[in-house]
Design a protein around this ligand. Structure first.
Ligand SMILES: Nc1ncnc2c1ncn2[C@@H]1O[C@H](COP(=O)(O)OP(=O)(O)OP(=O)(O)O)[C@@H](O)[C@H]1O
Length: 339
């Protein structure tokens, strides 16, 4: 079986701007894969290239082996997309919106209606099936986007910031639902600004920055790349921090609290305690903290204007005016449910 997603040297230019600069990524079938990166890193552009909303400038992109341009329909039929923006037809009851979507993908009407009901039930808004999109609350709109992505029973589910701006309860409901879908065999590609979300859900994450892949790793591997801090409280603290061996990358003392940054807190703590006791210090308390994934993320993508937990689609507004004609056309397709 070919990978769910495979891109080689994928490039997208908007005039001078390199939104994707030679991105090569592979997502295996069945994986729960996260795309992380600060605003403007290229996450949405990457997704839009896969679903045919953006025409690539160069490189290759395949979904389950189907080229996203030359085998567009097969690639697109395999994908369910819950986009960041609410691009839903506002004039029809939501059940019809979903049935239309399934119809565009060649599913006969009776089956399309059954799937629409199933999808609405699955995301918990079946009782709203006869209402129009505009009448739904913000949280219900997010649920609807997911239902629309599910109505074609996709092998690859792409979620572009599915929990942006939703309350804690809904966030947990969505996490549970997508975990279930993944366990049933659906490959999931998720973009998020919530590091906790990536850590909790994803088998592997790719960190993107300025259109480039910075790294691909499991959340645990990423956390292991960080350092730990051992904090000890000393009974009679000295005036300045004691000198320690090379294992201590950084040492600081504030009143009776000594903080020592080391590679691996668990294995270094006994050595630190020995050294401090040998130097005559009495230790009252000890605490080890791991570098969080969020700190590692910030280190890897260090930039002055980064944000980690933003929710709206900035960046897009800047590019709106200079948007090439073909992109506008493909976006229209998606709104109409064709893409
Ligand atoms: N249609 C467009 N025309 C011109 N520039 C664009 C267009 N779409 C995106 N861009 C630019 O491409 C870059 C990547 O944007 P993209 O939306 O893919 O980033 P992102 O990682 O999804 O960001 P965010 O987290 O803010 O959603 C940004 O600099 C953005 O301004």
């Amino acid at each position: 079986m070919p990978p769910a997603i495979e891109t080689r040297d994928l490039r997208k230019e908007y005039g001078e701007l390199q939104a994707l600069s030679g991105l090569s990524l592979t997502v295996e079938e069945g994986e729960f894969f996260g795309l992380l990166g600060p605003n403007g890193a290229g996450k949405t552009t990457f997704i839009n290239t896969l679903v045919g909303l953006v025409r690539k400038s160069g490189g290759e992109a395949r979904v389950f082996g189907h080229d996203v341009e030359t085998d567009y329909q097969q690639a697109r039929d395999a994908i369910g997309l819950a986009p960041q923006e609410f691009n839903v037809d506002r004039f029809f009851p939501i059940r019809e919106v979903l049935a239309h979507k399934a119809g565009y993908h060649g599913i006969p009407q009776a089956e399309a209606e059954r799937r629409a009901d199933d999808a609405l039930e699955r995301v918990g808004i079946y009782d709203k099936r006869n209402e129009r999109f505009d009448w739904l609350s913000g949280g219900m709109k997010r649920r609807l986007l997911l239902a629309r992505a599910l109505v074609t029973e996709p092998d690859l589910l792409i979620l572009d910031e599915p929990t942006a701006g939703v309350d804690v309860q809904l966030r947990h409901d969505l996490w549970e639902l997508v975990t279930e879908l993944n366990e049933e065999g659906t490959t999931v590609l998720l973009t998020t600004h919530y590091i906790e979300e990536a850590e909790r859900l994803c088998d592997r994450v790719a960190i993107l920055n300025e259109g480039r892949k910075v790294t691909v790793a499991t959340p645990d591997e990423l956390t292991e790349r960080g350092t730990d801090t051992i904090a000890v409280r000393l009974e009679s603290p000295p005036a300045t921090a004691p000198t320690l061996g090379e294992y201590a990358h950084e040492t600081s003392l504030s009143e009776d609290r000594l903080e020592v940054r080391v590679d691996d807190g668990g294995s270094m703590a006994p050595r630190l305690l020995n050294d401090l006791e040998a130097a005559g210090y009495e230790i009252v308390d000890l605490e080890i903290t791991r570098t969080s994934l969020e700190e590692i993320f910030v280190d890897l993508t260090d930039r002055e204007d980064r944000t980690v937990t933003r929710s709206s689609a900035s960046g897009r507004e800047d590019g709106e005016e200079g948007r090439p004609e073909d992109d506008r056309e493909t976006e229209k397709r998606e709104t109409e449910g064709i893409a």
